[in-house]
Design a binder for this molecule. Structure first.
Ligand code: UDP
Ligand code: MG
Length: 318
């Protein structure tokens, strides 16, 4: 990553955002121009099947500071942010959603904090107004659980962030892991971190592409990339089973010695079912970690670029 005359790089991951991308780009351009003339916007199309990339190319025609990458298929938002960061040339790199739920106006405040010495500025959601009660509650439970288990806070931290170029290139280059969870990593790295709060606005058009299963997978993946605590749960479950078997075993033995008839088919049935499910859960957890190891071992690229517009030379950093 070089810093040739670019002050701010704005990285926007977009997936099927043909209706809103122009609005976002216009609004972002307006804000960036109040800060500096030396900006660039890197829109990363995460394999959209609609006209998102066509819109980006149109935007590039009108303003050469807008650049675009298009993935060969959907690789996920994390990969899209990473690809944009890898190509960004600015002294500061800002990541922002492409659906205007992250107000571009906040970039001004983030840059102010950076000028005062902050190296990472987190955009923190003030209230999670949008989404149903279920969505809000599960998000809160996830963040609380994550902080407790992984040992560092990511509470309400969003993917709206400013990163000093040094840290952005560090995240791109020095973290060989496939699954990079930016929200977690940007807290984990340390350095001088600050935050600014913002209100999450409703999407102007379209809808969130995060279904329940995607969210669950995202949550589980991010948790397992930071902690092996679920693995420690397996022997813990074993100990519980052992305690139960000691109690039940003693009871049976005592009845036998006393010459009482041995009863307890219900207990037997429950014990078998319970131990069976514990074994399954334990194996499942181990299997999940094994799958993560397998994925990391393959060392496949986190994304593949199919098209690009606006970049000088194609230096593929990933
Ligand atoms: N996004 C992406 N790849 C995906 C899903 C989403 O690049 O597979 C982008 C999307 O276009 C948007 C941002 O990530 O700019 C946030 O997505 P979304 O609004 O669906 O999520 P939410 O706001 O509900 O967290
Ligand atoms: Mg959104």
């Amino acid at each position: 990553m070089q810093h040739e005359n670019v002050f701010i790089s704005l990285v926007i991951p977009v997936f099927k955002e043909e209706d809103v991308i122009m609005l976002t780009l216009n609004e972002a351009t307006r804000v960036l121009e109040t800060i500096t003339q030396d900006y660039e916007i890197v829109a990363v199309d995460d394999g959209s099947t609609d006209k998102t990339f066509t819109r980006v190319m149109e935007a590039h025609q009108a303003n050469h500071r807008i650049k675009g990458l298009r993935f060969s298929r959907n690789f996920g938002k994390e990969a899209a942010m990473l690809a944009g960061m890898a190509r960004a040339k600015g002294q500061v790199v800002v990541t922002m959603d492409g659906d205007l739920q992250h107000p571009p106006g906040l970039i001004t405040e983030m840059v102010e904090k950076w000028r005062k010495g902050a190296q990472i500025v987190h955009g923190v959601k003030q209230t999670r107004q949008y989404g149903g009660l279920f969505h809000r509650t599960s998000a809160r439970i996830f963040y609380d659980l994550f902080s407790k288990i992984a040992g560092f806070k990511i509470n309400n931290s969003s993917d709206f962030k400013l990163l000093d170029a040094q840290i952005a290139s560090l995240l791109v280059r020095d973290f060989p892991e496939q699954q990079r969870f930016l929200r977690g990593l940007s807290c984990w790295v340390g350095y001088r971190q600050e935050s600014v709060t913002f209100e999450v606005s409703e999407r102007p058009v379209g809808e969130s592409s995060w279904g329940l299963s995607t969210l669950f997978r995202y949550g589980w993946n991010s948790l397992t990339s930071y902690t092996s605590l679920p693995l420690q749960l397996v022997p813990f479950m074993g100990v519980i089973m052992l305690l139960i078997s000691v109690v039940l075993g003693t009871e049976t033995l005592v009845s036998r010695i006393r010459g009482e008839s041995i009863s307890g088919f219900a207990t037997l049935e429950i014990t078998i079912l319970f131990s069976g499910s514990m074994i399954m859960i334990g194996l499942g957890i181990i299997g999940q970690y094994l799958a993560r190891v397998y994925d990391e071992l393959k060392k496949r690229p986190s994304f593949l670029v199919a098209d690009e517009v606006g970049f000088e030379q194609s230096t593929r950093s990933e």
